[in-house]
Design a protein around this ligand. Structure first.
Ligand code: HAM
Length: 437
């Protein structure tokens, strides 16, 4: 026998039972964001590598270690998107969205790719929902973005399990002063730092603050604090943000060590942490990125956004035994005997489906007993049975699969009888909406 294939390391299939979660989450995201005026965008799965290098920052772990970068046949360097913000900002500039009414509010639900070390909650392909508000600066917007993220988690039943961490990392100028102070503090302490932090000390010293290694964490506790280097505008912005969060009754923890792993942030940064697992598996994160549009070649344009990790949210939901509605359970299995019965059943099946009765069957040449066994395996509550006698007499048998009780109805009465049994509410009615000509 030939070797069996498996998914590559760190990626996985989304099987139907898991899709119930993805579908539900997408629905919640779409609903909440649409209520707040957001419209959906999809950027390509891959972009020019430079798009990510310039935005996320050359000295970040993502760009240094985690990108899937490859050359196309013409030698152009391309990269599978490791996150969504860079592509959205590239699209904002490329499509002249500065001319649209501001702020431009966009959301996405997309797969992303990072060559991360696979472990629980950390995959090489993962889904994020994210949303970005581009074109306006106001701490009230940061508060609204946080509120929306909170509301989505609330709708998904996981909000109470999360703790919201917030911080401000000021402007690039105030950050530069802070980075110098951090370097001064850490120089001479290199031997207590992990290898990664030793490298980061010279390229990205703020990342030392959120290292998860024990020794690095102890040193970070005593390191200089950003608040002593903040410019007055950032300070005031942060105070306003906290007032707005308080005003909406959103609880948060101020975390001066929260710096995020992407370089484009200014002022507000925030993350939702799993209250049980802490920083290790943040469920989502975001912040303000007032310099990014300009850095990517557009006019100076402020922005703020958030992205949540769908796999991590699902893991939380499952851990807390939160289930989502199942939409693909069948209502009816049609059992037929002989070609004449099949001929009658095929149009019936189509009609049933059109009315929203989820139906399978009219296949194979097996005996009645075997076909009923198949219906049982698919867990359909009802079977419609059409044999030669039924064809001749223009009737069908409807069988309650659980109770094993049967009744005979006229062929025309099958659909109304089934709808009466399963209830109008459980029908899977499909309405694509009106086309406009
Ligand atoms: P991020 O913190 O890099 O932010 O990612 C957001 C979320 O994506 C994480 O909190 C996590 O739930 C999920 N995630 C990241 N990497 C993985 C992985 N390897 N496996 C599973 N889940 C993962 C951003 O991506 C920013 N673009 C967020 C943002 C939007 N900032 C402003 N606007």
């Amino acid at each position: 026998m030939a070797d069996k294939f498996q998914t590559p390391k760190g990626v996985h299939d989304i099987l139907p039972d898991d899709h119930d979660y993805y579908t539900f989450i997408k629905k919640v995201v779409r609903h909440r964001l649409r209520q707040a005026g957001f419209r959906r965008i999809s950027t390509p799965i891959f972009e020019a590598t430079e798009v990510f290098q310039r935005s996320i920052g050359n000295d970040t772990d993502i760009v240094q270690k985690e990108m899937y970068t490859f050359s196309d046949k013409k030698g152009r360097s391309l990269t599978l998107k490791p996150e969504g913000t860079a592509g959205v900002v590239r699209a904002y500039i490329e499509h002249g969205m500065a001319q649209w009414p501001q702020p431009v509010e966009l959301y996405y639900v997309e797969p992303h790719f990072r060559y991360d070390r696979p472990q629980k909650g950390r995959y090489r392909q993962f889904w994020q929902f994210g949303f970005e508000v581009i074109g306006e600066t106001d701490p009230a917007l940061d508060a609204q973005v946080i509120k929306l993220a909170y509301q989505i988690h609330e709708d998904l039943g996981v909000a109470d399990l999360l703790s919201l961490q917030i911080n401000t990392i000021g402007t690039p100028e105030s950050r530069e002063k802070y980075q110098m102070a951090l370097k001064d503090y850490y120089i001479g302490k290199e031997r207590s730092l992990c290898e990664d932090c030793n490298n980061r000390l010279h390229t990205n010293p703020m990342r030392l603050l959120d290292c998860k290694e024990e020794d690095c964490r102890i040193l970070a506790q005593l390191a200089p604090k950003m608040e002593n280097f903040l410019d007055s505008d950032s300070k005031e912005f942060h105070e306003d943000l906290k007032d707005f969060l308080d005003g909406m009754g959103i609880k948060y923890e101020e975390n001066p060590q929260l710096v995020r792993g992407l370089d484009y942030y200014t002022k507000t940064v925030f993350e939702f942490w799993d209250a049980k697992e802490g920083a290790q598996n943040s469920v989502g994160g975001g912040g303000r990125y007032d310099g990014l549009v300009e850095l990517m070649g557009g006019q100076p344009t402020p922005a703020v956004g958030y992205a949540g990790g769908i796999e991590r949210i699902i893991a939380n939901m499952k851990r807390e035994k939160i289930r989502v509605p199942k939409k693909d359970n069948l209502h009816v299995f049609v059992v037929q005997l002989g070609k004449d019965a099949k001929l009658k059943c095929l149009p019936l099946i189509n009609k049933m489906r059109e009315r929203g009765i989820k139906t399978m069957g009219a296949i194979g040449k097996d005996s009645l007993r075997i076909q009923l066994g198949i219906a049982d395996k698919f867990e359909t509550p009802w079977a419609v049975i059409v044999g030669l006698t039924e064809v001749r007499e223009g009737v069908a048998i409807i069988r309650d699969m659980e109770k094993g009780i049967q009744e005979t109805v006229d062929f025309e009465d099958i659909i109304p009888s089934i709808i009466k049994k399963i209830g109008d509410k459980s029908l899977d009615k499909y309405s694509p909406g009106e086309l406009i000509y």
